[in-house]
Ligand binder design. Sequence first.
Ligand SMILES: Nc1ncnc2c1ncn2[C@@H]1O[C@H](COP(=O)(O)OP(=O)(O)O)[C@@H](O)[C@H]1O
Ligand SMILES: [Mg+2]
Length: 339
Amino acid sequence: MSRGGGEDGRPFMPAILERIGPLLGAEVIFEPEFGIVGLVRFPNGRQSYFWHNKFNLNSVSSARIAQDKGYTTHFLSVQGFRVPRSRTFFREAFRLALDSDRGTEAAMAYAHSLGWPVYVKPCRRSQGDGVSMAMDPAELVEATARVLGRDRMMIVQEACPGRDYRIVTLDGEVINAYERVPLEVVGDGRSSVAALLETLQTTFDASGRDTRIPVEDERIHTRLRRQGLTVRSVLPEGARLRLLDIANLSCGGTTIDITERLHPSVAALAARVAVALDLRFAGIDLLMPDATAPLEDYVVLEVNSAPGLDHYGTAGPDHQAFVDALYLKVLRAVERGPA
Ligand SMILES: Nc1ncnc2c1ncn2[C@@H]1O[C@H](COP(=O)(O)OP(=O)(O)O)[C@@H](O)[C@H]1O
Ligand SMILES: [Mg+2]
C-alpha cells in the first residue's frame, strides 16, 4: 500500500502537496536533498512534519501498537471487538529466552485445535509480506520455516470467511472504503497462467501502477498445485483463477471502491475501532460477508496507522483529483489538531 514512487519512480507526495498546499494556504517545505520529508506551515500558525506519506496525526505508541498484530488483537478483543482467534509462537532461541512453551510444536497443536486451513504470518510486517494460508500440516511446516527464518515471532490464526475490506477513518469520519480482491487472472482458452500474468503486468505498467506481480512467489505455486495446476496450465475461456490467498494490493490485489455504499453500521464500527486504539487516522481492515449491508459477522483483521491513500481503485482521469481530495482532508485534520 505505501507506494514509494509515482509513475516515473519518484515519490508521489511532493506533487500532491504542491497541488493541495496552495488550496490550504499552507507553505510546504521539503528537505531539499532527498525530497521525502518536510514541514507544512498552516495559515492558523500550526506547523507539522511529514515523513513520506505519513503525517503527524497519530501518537507514536498507538501507531506502534497498531503495527503489531498481536498487540492490536489483544487491545481490540479486551474492548469487545471481534478478532480472529490467534496465538503468537516463537523461534526456538527466543522461546528458550522467554521460557515459553510456544514453539513450533505448540504452533502445530494450536493449528489442529483451530481446524484447517489456518493463516500464518509474521507479527510486524505489512503488505502481505510472509503471510500465507496453510491447508494442512505440511503447508504449516513450510510456512513456519519461511516466517521464522526471518522473524522470531509468528502468528497462527484461524482462517476467517468473508470479503476483505479496508475502511479509512479520519477523526471519526470514513473518508475512503474499498474491497480488496486477491490477485486473479481470467482465462482465454489459449494463454498459460504465466502468460496471463505477464499481460496483467503490462496492464498495470500501462496504467501507471507500480506493483510488481510476484510471479516467482512460492505462494502462487502452492495455490496452483492445490488445484492440480502450474503456471504452464492453460485456462478455459472466461475461467477466473485466484492466485493468492491474500488480498494485499502490493501483491497484485485490486480494489472496488465502496465509499458511497458503505453501510453506516460498518462505518460506525470502524470509527469505534479507531477510537479504541486512539488513532485519529486509521485504515481498519475487516473481513465480513458484505460491508454494504447491516453489520452482522465481522472480524477486525488488522489496523494500519498510516494508510496510503494512493490506491488503484479509481485509476483513470479522476484518480488524481480523488487522491488529492483525500489528502486535502488529511491535511485539514493536521491543521485542526486533535479535538
Ligand atoms: N485470518 C485470516 N482469514 C482470512 N484471510 C486472511 C487472514 N489473515 C490474513 N488474511 C489475508 O491475508 C492478507 C494479509 O494479511 P494481514 O494480516 O493483513 O497482513 P499484512 O499486514 O501483511 O497485510 C489479508 O488482507 C487477507 O486478505
Ligand atoms: Mg493487511
